[in-house]
Design a protein around this ligand. Structure first.
Ligand code: V47
Length: 387
C-alpha cells in the first residue's frame, strides 16, 4: 500500500497525492521528481500510473524499419547517422531498394513499415508519394508509419507548399501514421546549439497538430542526456502535454537517451558512460508521470539496450517497440543492441519481467489473433513467430 507521508519523506513532495488523485503534475513537481533522491520512489509512482492505465500488459509490434538515406541538410551535432552528399559512407536508397527491403521480412512477418531518413536536398514530395503508393500496393495490410515532423517541414520548404498540404498529399498516397523523432529538445537555447538548422520547436509541434487534424496519429519523443538540464526536459514534456491537450493525436512517447559514439557533440565525463543508467530509468518514470494525456511510453530497446528496457517496464514504460529488422540511427551512434529481435525473444523478455505480452498494431490495438499470418507478401509465417 502506497502511503502519502512516507512518499513525501522520500522527496516526492506533492507529486504522490496528485498522482493518486489522477491530478496533473506541475512543472515544479516534475522537477522535484528529477531531483528526488529515492529513484525507487519515483519508479514506484510511475509504475502505479502505468499499471492504472495498462495493467500488466506490455506491448510490442511486428515492424520493419527502413532508413532511406543518411544524406541530410540539417547536420545536427548529436547525429552520427548524417552525411553530406558525396561524403564517404553516404547512401540514398532507390524506390526499388526500399521495395526490396519492404518485401524482405527475413522470416518474421510484420504489420508496420517504419520509414525515416535524413532531409535529402534533392528528393521531392512526388518521390515519397510514389514510394508510399508502391509499398501500399506491395503490402496492402501493412501500415506505413513514416516521416518525422522535421522531414515534413523539409518537404514543404522544398516544394514551396504548406506542411498541411504535404501531409494531405502523403495521406492520400497511404501514409497512416508518423513516428515521433525530430523533437529533440524544444527549448531554443538548447535546440539552436545541437540542431541549429532543424525545424524549430514551434514548427515541429505545428506539424504534429496538423497531422492530428487530418486524423494521422503520431508519436513524440525527447532526446535527452546531452547538454540539456532537468528544466529543459520538464519544459519539453510540458510542451508535448499542451499540444496533446489541443490536438489529442499523440499515441506514444519515446524518451531517447543520447548515444555518444561518432557524434560531434562532446560531453563532460559525468554525462557519458555506464553510470547514466539510472538517469534513463528516472526519465522514463518522470515522462510517464508528467504526460498524463499520452497513453503509452516506449522503452525503445534499440537505444536503451534490452536489459534496461526490461527494467524500464517497472518505471512507467508499457511498450518495447518491435522486431525492427534493420536500424541505422542508433547503431551508428554506438547502440550495442541487436539489429532485430524475434517474437519469441520479445515475448520472453516481457514474460521474464513479469508482464503479459500483447502484440499490437501501429495504433496499439491488440492483434486479435496473434497467430494470424501477417505476412501479406504470400510467405507462410515461420513457426518461431507462433511461439
Ligand atoms: O529523430 C538521433 C534520435 C530519432 C541520436 O515513433 C538519437 O515509434 C540517440 O524517433 N542518440 C530517430 N538518439 C528514432 C525515433 C524513433 C525510434 C523508434 C520508434 C519511434 C516511434 C521513433 O533518434 C531522431 C533523433 O531524435 N537520435 N541521433 C543519438 N546519437
Amino acid at each position: 500500500m502506497l502511503d502519502a507521508a512516507h512518499y513525501a519523506r522520500l522527496g516526492l513532495g506533492t507529486a504522490f497525492e496528485k498522482v493518486m488523485e489522477g491530478a496533473r503534475l506541475s512543472p515544479e513537481e516534475g522537477l522535484a521528481l528529477f531531483h528526488c533522491p529515492d529513484i525507487t520512489a519515483v519508479g514506484a509512482l510511475a509504475h502505479h500510473a502505468r499499471t492504472r492505465l495498462h495493467g500488466d500488459r506490455t506491448y510490442y509490434v511486428l515492424n520493419r524499419h527502413v532508413n532511406y538515406t543518411n544524406i541530410c541538410v540539417n547536420g545536427c551535432l548529436f547525429c552520427a547517422f548524417q552525411r553530406e552528399r558525396g561524403q564517404a559512407g553516404s547512401f540514398a536508397l532507390t524506390p526499388d531498394d526500399i521495395l526490396h527491403r519492404v518485401l524482405d521480412d527475413r522470416g518474421t512477418p510484420f504489420s508496420e513499415v517504419h520509414i525515416v531518413g535524413g532531409c535529402h536536398p534533392d528528393l521531392g514530395l512526388a518521390w515519397f508519394e510514389d514510394v508510399i503508393r508502391r509499398i501500399r500496393k506491395a503490402r496492402p495490410q501493412s501500415i506505413v508509419k513514416a516521416f518525422t515532423g522535421v522531414e515534413i517541414a523539409h518537404f514543404a520548404a522544398m516544394e514551396g507548399i504548406s506542411t498541411l498540404e504535404v501531409l494531405r498529399r502523403l495521406q492520400d498516397a497511404g501514409l497512416a501514421m508518423m513516428p515521433g523523432g525530430g523533437a529533440e529538445i524544444f527549448a531554443p537555447e538548447v535546440r539552436t546549439r545541437i540542431c541549429p538548422r532543424k525545424a524549430t520547436a514551434d514548427e515541429w509541434l505545428r506539424v504534429a497538430g496538423e497531422a492530428h487534424s487530418l486524423g494521422i496519429r503520431t508519436n513524440c519523443s525527447m532526446l535527452y542526456g546531452h547538454i540539456e538540464t532537468f528544466e529543459h526536459r520538464v519544459d519539453h514534456l510540458c510542451r508535448l502535454r499542451e499540444q496533446q491537450d489541443k490536438s489529442g493525436g499523440f499515441t506514444c512517447f519515446i524518451p531517447l537517451p543520447f548515444l555518444t559514439e561518432n557524434s560531434l557533440l562532446k560531453l563532460p565525463p559525468e554525462r557519458v558512460g555506464e553510470h547514466v543508467g539510472l538517469d534513463r530509468l528516472r526519465t522514463v518514470a518522470v515522462s510517464r508521470l508528467m504526460l498524463d494525456n499520452i497513453p503509452h511510453v516506449k522503452a525503445y530497446w534499440v537505444m536503451m539496450g534490452v536489459k534496461m528496457a526490461q527494467t524500464a517496464l517497472y518505471f512507467g514504460a508499457d511498450d518495447l517497440d518491435g522486431t525492427i529488422v534493420e536500424e541505422r540511427i542508433g547503431h551508428d551512434a554506438g547502440a550495442d543492441s541487436a539489429q532485430s529481435l524475434t517474437v519469441p525473444e520479445l515475448e520472453l523478455m516481457i514474460r521474464r519481467s513479469g508482464f503479459t505480452p500483447v502484440r499490437r498494431d501501429s495504433h496499439f490495438n491488440p492483434v486479435a489473433d496473434p497467430d494470424a499470418i501477417l505476412n501479406d507478401t504470400g510467405h507462410a509465417a515461420t513457426p518461431e513467430v507462433r511461439a
